[in-house]
Write a new protein. Sequence first.
Length: 382
Amino acid sequence: MITQSRANAIQSRAKAATGDRGAGIQPHAMVCCGVRRRVLIREGMSETNSDHTSQRIAKWLARAGVASRRGAEALIAEGKVSVNGKVLDSPALNVRGDEDIRVSGNRVSEPEPPRLWRLYKKTGFITTNSDPDGRPNIFDKLPPELPRVMSVGRLDINTEGLLLLTNDGELARQMELPATGWTRRYRVRAFGKVSQEQLDRLENGITVDGIRYGAITAKLEKQQRGNVWLNMVLREGKTREIKNVLGALDLKVNRLIRVSFGPFTLHGLEPGDVKEVPRKILRDQLGQEWQARLKPPQRAGQTGGGAGQTGGGDRGKTGKPPEPGAARQGRAGKKPVRVRNGDGKPGISKPGTSKPRAGKPGAGKPPRSKKSGQNAHHRRKG
């Protein structure tokens, strides 16, 4: 549990990080790997104890990426979850993870470390796994090498832009909570006219059709023929919030693009692209409570260390090498040698693997001693 003193400290850091208005978005902020700047998940994040021995079955299933915790409870109520051959009728059961846990007859593997992907969602796709009307969903278009994932929140079928995906239902639930302090930023095109003065009133919140919406930051970007372009920052992200709020101002939304979710942005993505957030960046954003969960598990005989090992680096279980241009750890006491990758971009090679350029004098010859000018392998010992 979070104590009151710690909660006060968290609120102070949150205010300092986001400013008095709490938007958490600065136009001049540096963007790297799709992350705008470091913003910790603050309130609402559950404590994670790496020494725990058991947990509720719904939470375990959520961590395994089967569904959200609420969705897992629904599966249990439908009689689709069994533990060691016994069908559950209640989520009031703790498991350690070494049991035979099945959903609809299929065994569920032990949860992997939480991972996060950025997807540039196109219009015309829904963000649910199934639809009675048969409309296309985002999951059918994901790369086949991705594990089972779920979305962090949802975007309407006609909304495009950033959608976060994760293999951990518990992480998805925490990131969706307004208490985390993460904002959602949108670019909006709407038909009609509005003044900045009208938009400024949204900072005080607004009630539409009996629903109360919290403070919204809205800036008039430009007027383009019969349309206006707006930048809007939400703190709650209720269903159809932007369309309902702007409708109250006699504006009809005809294009909606989400450009950021908390510190994660569309940077470097084209429509339809999916890119994983590096584990190190994810650890930086989520804070200490998730450090143990995000650490890759060690294999037998490994003690952690360089990239490519399961116990260290950002390579994890995928076995994929870092992207071109990323630094790789060399052997102890050796400096990496800078070379150029096949795409012409500078990279870093492992020590001792650089090769002289073809056609250059001395190519393929042994190195020469700095003192005597003789070949290094002919130097006298002692």
